[in-house]
Design a binder for this molecule. Structure first.
Ligand SMILES: C[S@@+](CC[C@H](N)C(=O)[O-])C[C@H]1O[C@@H](n2cnc3c(N)ncnc32)[C@H](O)[C@@H]1O
Length: 261
């Protein structure tokens, strides 16, 4: 997933690496600084109720993490991981003076002890992970969770969601926060960029709620769908899951029906 891990300099990038490369360079997904601030303010607000008051939070695929200071203030320790080296470099510069925030690279992520994370955040990342890689990743995440830990997997895209729904959501946000013109310009620039080509060639993973819950269950996580999505995109979906404690009975009985809200 880290572009630094590409097998050989001449080998074509994997589909996951193509997305990481996309996120690693300048893009116009966010219209301007005001958009980024409004975006992360909303995420910070929505995530607040799920933060452990004194625990470790891992934000996987954190992006520029503008809500990180406030989140770290609330929980004991915030670990930020993003596969993009450029994003990590920006984060490292910003958080070097904050003892509560640690920016991890792939090696730092791999070195985290099992059971050391009380809340795992994965917001708007699943769509960039090839479907075939998800089971291994979910297993990895489950192992990182403490016995009372939770995984909050948010902004999952439903199959068949028209791109227009995302466009409308961004324009609404631009209108509400006073950057509508910048949003229109950014959307035009995105249309003219290689975004759609990367999306077509690298894939854009989408899941129904049942598919998410089923994959969580297979990885040993019991999940429920939250009534509202985390973040500013109301038509997407969020899930919270905890490690399923297996008893000897579990091995003999089928899993109980999933509790979907
Ligand atoms: C849409 S942004 C989400 C950022 C932030 N979580 C948010 O909700 O605003 C997607 C982020 O996921 C990162 N990303 C993409 N593929 C990844 C992967 N395979 N592993 C970890 N991070 C990844 C990108 O670098 C990018 O910063």
């Amino acid at each position: 997933m880290d572009s630094a891990r590409t097998a050989s300099p001449t080998a074509p990038p994997s589909t996951a690496d193509r997305w990481v490369e996309f996120w690693n360079r300048p893009h116009s997904i966010y219209a301007n600084r005001r958009h980024l601030e409004a975006h992360f303010a909303r995420i910070g607000q929505d995530v607040a109720e799920h933060l452990p008051s004194d625990g470790t939070v891992l934000d996987f695929g954190c992006g520029d993490a503008l809500a990180a200071d406030a989140m770290a203030e609330r929980c004991g320790s915030l670990l930020l991981f993003d596969a993009s080296p450029a994003v990590r470099a920006r984060l490292t510069g910003r958080f070097s003076g904050n003892p509560r925030v640690r920016v991890l690279d792939e090696r730092g992520l791999a070195a985290l002890p099992p059971g050391s994370v009380d809340l795992l955040l994965v917001v708007s990342v699943l769509q960039y992970i090839p479907e075939a890689d998800l089971p291994t990743l979910l297993e990895r995440w489950r192992k990182l969770l403490s016995p009372g830990g939770r995984a909050l997997i948010a902004d999952v895209v439903d199959p068949g969601t028209p791109m227009l729904a995302d466009v409308a959501s961004q324009l609404r946000m631009g209108w509400e926060h006073g950057f509508l013109t910048a949003s229109l310009v950014a959307l035009l620039r995105l249309t003219l960029s290689d975004y759609r080509q990367v999306r077509r060639e690298a894939g854009f993973a989408t899941y129904t709620p049942d598919e998410v819950l089923e994959r969580l269950e297979k990885a040993g996580l019991r999940g429920i769908r939250l009534p509202r999505n985390i973040g500013p995109t109301p038509h997407r979906r969020s899930f919270i899951a905890h490690p399923r404690t297996r008893t000897p009975q579990d091995a003999e009985e089928p899993a109980p029906a999933l509790n979907v809200q």
